[in-house]
Design a protein around this ligand. Sequence first.
Ligand SMILES: O=C(CO)[C@H](O)[C@H](O)COP(=O)(O)O
Length: 232
Amino acid sequence: MADRNQAAESPEKKAAGIYAASLVKSGDAVGLGTGSTVAYTIRELGRRVREENLDIVGVVTSYQSEAIAIEAGVPLTTLAQTPKLTIAIDGTDQFDENLYAIKGGGAAHTREKIVSMSADRFVVVSDPAKKAKTLSIFVPIEVMPFGKELVMKSLKEIGGDPVLRAAAKKDGPVITDNGNFIIDCTFGEIKNPLEMAAKLSQIPGVVEHGIFMNVDEVVIGKADGTVEVIRK
Ligand SMILES: O=C(CO)[C@H](O)[C@H](O)COP(=O)(O)O
């Protein structure tokens, strides 16, 4: 997997990310996702806090979004202090016509799912390439290291092709912000995401899988700076 931190500037991601920040209003508690698209949102929220006195608190989903939010000047809180969020904004790796999504390319999907499920409204920001008729990319699955072998075996039994995600600048596996491993599992076309999600959740040792069923709307950015919004 390419080093995601070296991602080039993307006008599509920028258009989606900045538009999504305009959906946030003073008084909101905002879930801040992880990745290069929502990074535009977080920076734009920081600009609005500084220049427009936008009065918000954010809850981050990773060390990465924490660092970006702190640098941008977005005031932060925790789910312990603010368990109910107004809105959560996050990126995606792929989404289908029913707005089911696969997330976790940045290994942050467990916290992303907790934060997005804590929000009244979950907005996903995307570039056009991530739209698909049917979900078909690998599903990131966070697993307890102790359960890795059983999870690998169980994934093969349900037709998957699991691969332990290797770190880019460390020997051995990726270690998540929660101290776990990531298994990327390909299933071909996932015709029934709900059924697949249920199967994955049943495997002991699976902390969380990357199939999201709670997306309310997707903002797709275009190269000319405009956006398309698809609502459920
Ligand atoms: O799920 C994620 C991290 O775990 C990201 O939101 C997803 O990988 C999209 O990233 P990007 O906006 O950089 O394309």
